[in-house]
Design a protein around this ligand. Structure first.
Ligand SMILES: [Zn+2]
Ligand SMILES: [Zn+2]
Length: 354
């Protein structure tokens, strides 16, 4: 299913159905845009003309082959693609031509295993992941399984919908599983592409938010988006600061550092829940058993969202309850965009324009 590079000249390829796409051929080389065959929708599949495609940190991990299970080369990254349905394969009933859809990380699940039938298709062992095990949205067109795309409501800007497709859904789910309620204090660790949305979902749940980051400008953004409290962890101990506020009922950890996870644990009040989202390369945190048991702490891992979560995320955005902070770049700019993300040199999220 990976991208195949055509060998004829670009002009000839245009006529026979080709497209521009970011293709990763090697985990050591910078990904670049090239001409590849335009995909054809098979049974149950659709062809989507991409309008906007968000850049997620996972795309960088995919392009660098950072994770134990690596994508099969060559492949097209991108799991925040949003566009218009241009062709339907045989048997498609879920969407119609002209619909605007988002193509999320969960590109396909079996639909029949215990996880799938209990509404936890994100745990399906037969799942396929967009921009990883199947070609993704860093292209002019993408082929997708019709049952796993999400309709984007009228009035939602595709450049907002793109980051909501992964960053929004992931943090929405993480706040959901944290059990955040009105009158709770939710600590959000790391205010970037994910964190700026996480804090808004905690506010939507009615909770107060304490934002933790190492940079003042990120904390300023958090305040602008509704965080009541902020802590610069490079200046003061966030555990002590949050304990002064009475301790956090829930902590959502989006910073890729084991230290952040340990601090988040320490900041919880009794009965608190810690929602693990970020994936630090070190892959380990120290979890004190005594405090976990005596304080009745819940530690929960949260991976993206099911098909229901993006519907709710889009509904909230259409209702004016969230704001997406993002910057537009051209698809050709993908390599520099990735470098800027790695340096932390972006306002929150980058969205690529094909
Ligand atoms: Zn993502
Ligand atoms: Zn399944």
């Amino acid at each position: 299913m990976s991208a195949s590079v055509l060998e004829s000249p670009p002009e000839a390829r245009r006529a026979t159905g080709s497209m521009r796409a970011v293709v990763v051929h090697s985990f050591d080389a910078a990904p670049r845009v090239e001409e590849v065959a335009k995909p054809i929708a098979g049974p149950g599949e659709i062809l989507v003309k991409i309008e906007a495609s968000g850049l997620c940190h996972t795309d960088i991990h995919a392009a660098h082959g950072d994770w134990p299970v690596k994508p099969k080369l060559p492949f097209i990254p991108g799991h925040e693609g949003v566009g218009i349905v241009e062709a339907l394969g045989p048997g498609v009933i879920e969407v119609a031509l002209g619909d605007r859809v988002a193509i999320p990380w969960l590109g396909y699940a079996c639909g029949t295993c215990d996880y799938c039938v209990s509404g936890w298709e994100t745990l399906c062992e037969s799942q396929l992941n967009t921009g990883y095990s199947i070609d993704g949205g860093f292209a002019e067109y993408v082929k997708a399984h019709a049952g796993y795309v999400v309709k984007v409501p009228t009035g939602v800007d595709p450049f907002d919908a793109a980051p909501l497709t992964c960053a929004g859904v992931t943090t929405y789910k993480a706040v959901k599983v944290s059990g955040a309620k009105p009158a709770d204090l939710v600590a959000v660790w790391g205010i970037g592409g994910l964190g700026h949305l996480a804090l808004q979902y905690a506010r939507v749940a009615g909770a107060s938010v304490v934002a933790v980051d190492l940079f003042d400008e990120k904390l300023e953004l958090a305040r602008e988006l509704g965080a009541e409290f902020t802590v610069n962890a490079s200046e003061r101990d966030p555990v002590a600061a949050i304990k002064e506020l009475g301790g956090a009922d829930a902590a959502v950890v989006l910073a890729v550092s084991p230290k952040a996870f340990e601090q988040a644990f320490g900041s919880l009040r009794r009965g608190g829940t810690m929602s693990l989202v970020a994936l630090p390369a070190e892959n380990k945190m120290e979890l004190p058993i005594f405090e976990t048991v005596l304080n009745g702490i819940t530690v929960v891992g949260s991976i993206v969202g099911t098909r229901l979560d993006p519907r709710e995320v889009f509904e909230l955005h259409a209702g004016g309850k969230t704001r997406v902070i993002r910057e537009e770049r051209s698809l050709e700019d993908v390599h520099f965009a990735m470098e800027d993300v790695l340096r932390g040199d972006v306002p929150a999220r980058i969205v690529l324009r094909p």
